[in-house]
Design a protein around this ligand. Sequence first.
Ligand SMILES: [Ca+2]
Length: 188
Amino acid sequence: MFPNIWPLWLMATLRTGMSATVPEEFCGGIFEAESSGDIRVPTHGSNYSPNLNCRWEIQAGPDQMVALVSTEWAVEESPGCTWDYLEIRDGWENSSASVGKFCGYKPLRFLSESNKVYLYFVSDGFFQDNGFRLTFKTVPKDGAVSCDKVITRDEVITSPGHPSRYPPNQVCLYRVQVGSLKCTIQLV
Ligand SMILES: [Ca+2]
């Protein structure tokens, strides 16, 4: 057992030690009136900075939700995303539901349930990746303008205008929340 634990302990010690010696860099922002925007993580050279604690808050109108899509996404991958990660909360309160911690290289797609989204990015002091760029937009919950949609019951999901051809230049997010199943599907 001991020889197997040693490398993990050494890596954890190195990471903790390096995190403690580098000063924290401010980053983040609040978007309260914008209907769309970009969120980027600070970078040094081609990678994001070490020891980041970034917080972004996005607020849409009372009858709106927030759609998030990554156009660039490379965050150091770790088991359970414990080293570097972006955490998404659906709402601004401490009690707001955490959607999860995200890392790795799989593009990020998210459609909120509430009209507020809280993003928290953390990087440790050991190894950085290229980082991310997220675009957000606020969309009406009734789907009057956008093709984004929330599915809460058994329903066939169709593309805009189905059975006719869908229009060009569409990006549609479908948030499926039926029982314990939760996922986001994207049509590009
Ligand atoms: Ca890292």
